[in-house]
Design a binder for this molecule. Structure first.
Ligand code: FMN
Length: 345
């Protein structure tokens, strides 16, 4: 039995598998490899400049003529237009330590950088935007330019209902198990509730890394999956090699949900930083200033696994080797189709 649902037609892809937008980890190379293999690859924007985003879109298009998407976030802080903290404030927050360029880009995103990013995405006519936070329809011009499809991650039924009413075509139910910013409800419990709440197709995210997970998500009513952590451990991901190696070593208790990296709850690999902050939760600065405090992009790209942020889901323990993104898509499809053909019991 073929792994195919109606979202394949909606997105112009062969298999209902999307690789997540993961900040600078998921550049054009990773997105292109996933799309070329028949899934949909997303380019992440967190920590990138708009010039980099343009470059990564161009790179992806040189590698594949299949559709690619972009992951953006639209939290209230973007709408409010935060002021970039001045140098003195930044110095006070960081204790004088210079921030990595990627963390500076993240702060710029909330003080005007976001608009430039969205402009690049629309000018480049990227066919799919996946929103990681907030309400994208507040920002995207109406009527929709070209045949743009908007998908949005949600962590509960209230958000799913609101985003469907706002005109989002695809809802991605992302459970507590997921890497990165997450809500409070486990994936297995969240998917069927969101499926019962909205009429638009629902995708599942959080804790899926093999064919079993895909079939389980389909059985719960999802029409496809979005996967992050597994695609971090690929040669095409821009995560530092130490980050990838740490993922491979992870066991079931290696991740923790913490506000200490950004100010919002994020699931990451447990390390000295997360342990030190367990004792000083009340000192966490509001999002996104805590990201300056932690220099959040350090672990992603510079490989500081002791104090840096390495977003990763509970599924890290099941990621056993670094493997090419295209081969992962093929393996996922084969495993899922075998189970669908054989039946579950
Ligand atoms: C390394 C990493 C970085 C992430 N960065 C972002 C991000 O910048 N924006 C976002 O919306 N989600 C981000 N996420 C969350 C993913 O979009 C996705 O929801 C999640 O990875 C799915 O769960 P899984 O990791 O269990 O597959 C990130 C996840 C990981 C693992």
């Amino acid at each position: 039995m073929k792994l195919y649902t109606e979202i394949c037609d909606l997105l112009g892809i062969k298999y209902p598998i999307i690789s997540a937008g993961m900040g600078p980890v998921s550049g054009g190379e990773l997105a292109a490899a996933v799309s070329e293999a028949g899934g949909l690859g997303l380019i992440g924007t967190f920590g990138c400049s708009y010039e980099e985003l343009f470059r990564e879109i161009k790179l992806a298009r040189e590698r594949t003529n299949k559709p690619i998407g972009v992951g953006l976030v639209f939290p209230p802080e973007v709408k409010e237009g935060l002021q970039m903290p001045d140098e003195k404030t930044l110095m006070a927050i960081t204790g004088g330590r210079p921030l990595t360029e990627a963390t500076m880009n993240l702060l710029r995103y909330f003080s005007g950088g976001f608009e430039k990013m969205l402009e690049v995405v629309l000018e480049e006519k990227v066919p799919i935007i996946v929103s990681g936070l907030g309400n994208p329809t507040d920002f995207i011009p109406q009527p929709r330019p070209y045949n743009l499809v908007i998908a949005a991650l949600v962590g509960n039924c209230r958000q799913a209902r609101a985003l469907e009413a706002a005109g989002v075509e695809l809802i991605i139910a992302q459970g507590y198990d997921a890497g990165g910013h997450t809500g409070n409800i486990g994936t297995f419990v969240l998917i069927p509730q969101v499926v019962d709440t909205v009429r638009v197709p629902v995708l599942a995210a959080g804790g899926i890394c093999d064919g079993r997970g895909i079939v389980a998500a389909l059985a719960l009513g999802a029409r496809g999956v979005l996967i992050g952590t597994r695609f971090t451990a690929t040669p095409q991901s821009r995560a530092h090699i130490k980050f990838k190696e740490e993922l491979i070593r992870a066991i079931d208790s290696s991740t923790v949900r913490t506000k200490s990296f950004s100010g919002k709850s994020m699931r990451c690999l447990r390390n000295r930083w997360t342990e030190e902050w367990e004792r000083k939760d009340s000192e966490v600065l509001p999002f996104p200033l805590q990201a300056a405090k932690s220099d959040v992009m350090r672990g992603f790209l510079d490989g500081d696994m002791e104090y840096g942020c390495a977003p990763a889901g509970q599924v890290s323990a099941m990621v056993k080797k670094i493997m090419s993104a295209g081969a992962i898509v093929q393996e996922l499809v084969k495993e899922a189709e075998n189970i669908l053909t054989a039946g579950v019991i």
